[in-house]
Design a binder for this molecule. Structure first.
Ligand code: GDP
Ligand code: MG
Length: 421
């Protein structure tokens, strides 16, 4: 299942963040322009919008013809080129596709391993071919990948195969020799499908891999493997956005029948089905109040910013902070999320600070400088916090005021816009 979890987050914020921003902006735009439909709650309405945006970002949606699975609409023999890093699941997926094409689509399939780098690789594919009930190209020692590919196409034409699956070698990381080899084979065999096989568990790395392979070799589709593990649906989102290539198939296990078509709506449903996302979406329904933000920015500029405004701003940040839920789903964003949390923007801190300000009199909020020991004690007692908490809040407010003054001098363009990074 594509599930949640706070797994390893080494993402490439530079790739995934724009994806998130796009998504959040799109949702916000639509949510704001949306007429209120009486029969559904605002939260339900927003969930629907988020769902639609997710489906679109994953390559589906109304008016879009998403054809699940492989495109076999070409004269035989059709070559399918399997590309990807070592261990991503290319060989296994080759066997899975062979089994499906033979069984469901009644195709005559030839499997050929071009992996001359690992000694057992060709034998592995031969074993899988037997399990799938299809033929594998006889192994001839000493041939180059290009020679094997040419031989496979020749055999396929001569013996009237419908489909030839070319399983290439991978490396542990992307390198020039690998790229050149794959590009050469592609030029020689003109595959109808060039499928990048990526491990859904590798997150950010997978997104990087996809982008580079697409630039260098050109992809017609992506296969995401190991979705049976604790992978996040977010990888699919980023991958699609970065390459523009559709995700065609999912590998959901080690067995040869563990191959699924990719359906954008189902993955969106799984992503949305995660509890934290639903609650996030409910909170996103209260989108950041733009008028409020502008009023605040104007006050800052005039240097009239007081604790009242600070409380209003905390509330806005609290809403933004709730978006960290959706950020957390995407590979590479975990770090930013923890930065937001480190910056004391998490909800408990925000709530405590709001409570402290709530315990002040309006006069105190407008003139924080009158807050001396006895008033602080009263405020701490009233808000269930300590004098230290009150001091910390005042310090933060002072810091912020000072920062604003500095920004004013620089001719600030609007602090509020910096929110999501
Ligand atoms: P290759 O180096 O890209 O050819 O990768 P392999 O096909 O040899 O797969 C590497 C390992 O990943 C093998 O142990 C496979 O059984 C396993 N594997 C491949 N696809 C999946 C999948 O969808 N789910 C799981 N759980 N394991 C997979
Ligand atoms: Mg292999």
């Amino acid at each position: 299942m594509l599930g949640g979890g706070d797994g390893a987050d080494h993402l490439l914020a530079d790739v995934a963040l724009p994806v998130v921003k796009d998504l959040v902006n799109k949702v916000r735009e639509r949510a704001v322009g949306q007429e209120v439909i009486r029969s559904v709650s605002p939260a339900q309405q927003v969930i629907k919008i988020v769902n639609d945006c997710l489906v679109e970002a994953l390559g589906g949606g109304e008016g879009v013809q998403h054809v699940p699975g492989l495109d076999l609409n070409a004269p035989a023999p059709i070559a399918i080129l399997m590309i990807g890093l070592q261990g991503s699941g290319k060989t296994t997926t080759s066997g899975k596709i062979a089994l499906r094409l033979r069984g469901r689509d009644k195709k005559k399939v030839l499997l050929a391993s071009l992996d001359v780098h690992r000694p057992a690789a060709q034998l592995q594919l031969e074993t899988l071919a037997k399990q799938a009930g299809v033929t594998s190209l006889p192994i001839i020692a000493g041939q180059t990948p290009l020679q094997i590919a040419a031989r496979a196409m020749q055999v396929a034409r001569g013996e009237l195969y419908d489909v030839v699956i070319l399983d290439t070698a991978g490396r542990l990381s992307i390198d020039e020799a690998l790229m050149a080899e794959v590009a050469e084979v592609k030029a020689a065999t003109k595959p109808h499908e060039s499928l990048l096989v990526v491990d859904a568990m590798t997150g950010q790395d997978a997104v990087n891999t996809a982008r580079i392979f697409n630039e260098r070799v050109g992809l017609t589709g992506i296969v995401m493997t190991r979705v049976d593990g604790d992978a996040r649906g977010g990888a699919a989102l980023s991958m699609r956005a970065v390459t523009g290539a559709p995700i065609k198939l999912l590998g959901a296990g080690e067995k040869l029948d563990a191959l699924e078509d990719f359906h954008p709506d189902r993955i969106a449903g799984r992503i949305l089905g995660m509890g934290d996302i639903v609650s996030l979406v409910e909170r996103a329904a209260e989108t950041i109040d733009k008028a409020e933000a502008e009023k605040l920015a104007a006050k800052m500029q005039k240097g009239q910013f007081d604790l009242e405004d600070y409380a209003a701003q905390l509330k806005q940040i609290g809403k933004m902070g709730s978006l960290s839920g959706i950020l957390g789903m995407l590979p590479g964003i975990g770090k930013i999320k923890s930065q937001i949390e480190d910056a004391n923007l998490d909800n408990t801190v925000l709530k405590r600070q709001a409570a402290i300000i709530g315990s002040m009199t309006p006069k105190e909020r407008r003139n924080p400088e009158i807050l001396k020991a006895s008033r602080k004690k009263r405020i701490a007692a009233g808000s269930g916090s300590t004098v230290q908490d009150v001091n910390r809040l005042l310090k933060q407010f002072d810091d912020m005021s000072a920062m604003m003054k500095r920004m004013n001098k620089l001719g600030q363009k609007g602090l509020m816009r910096g929110g999501l990074g």
